[in-house]
Design a binder for this molecule. Sequence first.
Ligand code: AP5
Ligand code: MG
Length: 216
Amino acid sequence: MPNPRILILGPPGAGKGTQSANLAEEYDVEHVTTGDALRNNKDMDISDMDTEYDTPREYMEAGDLVPDDVVNAIVEEALSEADGFVLDGYPRNLDQAEELEGMTDLDVILSLEVPREELVERLTGRRVCDDCGANYHVEFNPPEEEGVCDECGGELIQRDDDNEESVRNRLDVFEENTAPVIDHYENNESFVIIDGEQPPDEVWDDIETAVDARVE
Ligand code: AP5
Ligand code: MG
């Protein structure tokens, strides 16, 4: 079978980025992530798309969704170039889910489930490498040396939207817009619920078992 097409769903802080890195390595697929793509282009001019703000930055710092036209274009281009992928951060509302259906089929749909209070702790304690993007947590997954990336020696920083106010808004936006997307996929034969509250290695074991069962 060609390289798998995997969708990973879940609330902010569920571990989508953490587990996508494992998936990309194990199955030799592209990590397509709207969050990282937008963070790398925070100041791009989107004013010609008739949006409320002129760049993605304002939406992201508040924890609101960037307009659909902007993200649909990013995903369409990335998927057209990928030979197998793990898609993380998209679709985030039902309109985006409909767009995705016109772009590709999916072999596995993973839904990471984690309770809300745990998510707040994970996000406010997250640190990210400014150079390679590797993810850490001050308590749950600390680097060997504080503030320094184990992978590449880069500086660990806190994301602009990982303060408590933005985090709570992101969780509300998830409940309102993205929870219905998960309900939409629930009856799909490729859909699997993963208990995302376990330690990262155990979450990975469950993901690997689920993917292997669907891509043989
Ligand atoms: P995005 O970057 O996608 O952020 P998010 O959905 O809020 O998700 P996160 O990246 O915060 O969490 P994650 O699930 O990847 O968790 P992680 O593995 O890092 O989007 C950011 C913004 O971009 C949005 O708010 C929006 O403005 C815009 N945007 C993006 N896509 C869009 C779209 N499609 N439409 C419109 N706008 C869009 O883990 C979190 C922490 O927990 C880490 O510290 C990690 O070390 C730790 N951790 C991970 N797993 C475990 C575990 N099992 N146990 C304990 N700790 C763990
Ligand atoms: Mg992420």
